[in-house]
Design a protein around this ligand. Sequence first.
Ligand code: HEM
Length: 328
Amino acid sequence: MAMTAKHLAGSLASVVALVASASVAADDTPVTTQIVDALNKVYGVHPGFRANHAKGVVAVGSFKAAPGAARLSRSPLFDGRTIPVTVRFSDSGGLPDVPDGSGGANPHGMAIKFHLPGGTDTDMVINSLKFFPVASGEEFRDLLLAISQSPPNAPKPTKFDQFMASHPSAPKAFSTVSTPDSFADEQYYGIDAFVFVSKDGHKQAVRYIMVPEKVVHLTPAEADKKAPNFLVDDLPKRIDRKPVMFHLKAQLAAPGDQTKDPSQPWPDTRKVVELGVLTLNKPASDSLAAQKKLLFMPTQLTDGIELSDDTLPVVRAGAYTVSFARRQ
Ligand code: HEM
């Protein structure tokens, strides 16, 4: 199901309100627009395609919550009903023809639209980085600008080298990704913290993890030898052979864990609980047409799931809206 004009109007109104409170640059261009402009500088403008995660493939299926999920959140997502989903897997970057096995296609993305009873949707937009390279939208813009100012012939250390040296979480984050042998054999992370609210009002900060049946990563040499569209071509074939399954899990913050900074993961020892099973059983009949109409928003939430003090989802939603408007 594509985002309807009504849904979009609702999302746009809430994003405009949220972004109004987000930071504005000295030249009054909102940081969200500056980010999309910076993405266009790095990758060029490709009409009709996303400014980031331009290449992807769509499938549909369903989600069924595990019994314990409803104890953590009163969201209708977790009330045990079978919820239809639309999912788009993607390569990173703004190049619609990036080779799937290239380093630039990492991290790979998974965006999920859960079609809730009553006709509303809630979205999860996650990727294969274990944590984000930077803490804020401004820093992400600066990272993109540093990349755009560091062509192969730039004097060393380049602006990109300097950015990496002054932001230690960036090289650490990039070292957590590699190319999978299939979009179905990758683990995806929510990165941003959200807050679950239970029926009795108890709040618990969580970060999502989407766990596949198995993780299979290629070495860079193996990835280099793959056909340019091997991931995008593989997914429909896999689903035709056998439904593709993932377990949606939540890593639970312990009291005192910070939720503000998406570049700082919580310790691996934090409890992880099962939220439910996502099953993909049908490739989209016309993936290219389907993905053009889709807009996934990290701020499209339901009762029982709230934003935390992490500001990134709001900045992201603003940038996604700018990108969506430009690609229509
Ligand atoms: C400041 C931080 C970020 C910015 C500015 C940003 C920007 C963007 C933009 C402009 C798009 C294209 C949206 C569209 O045209 O629909 C996009 C897509 C995407 N982003 Fe981000 N992003 C950020 C952080 C993240 C993070 C933390 C994740 C994962 C947790 C993520 C995962 C994705 C995915 C999976 C897509 C593809 C969505 C789709 O399939 O439609 N991004 N991003």
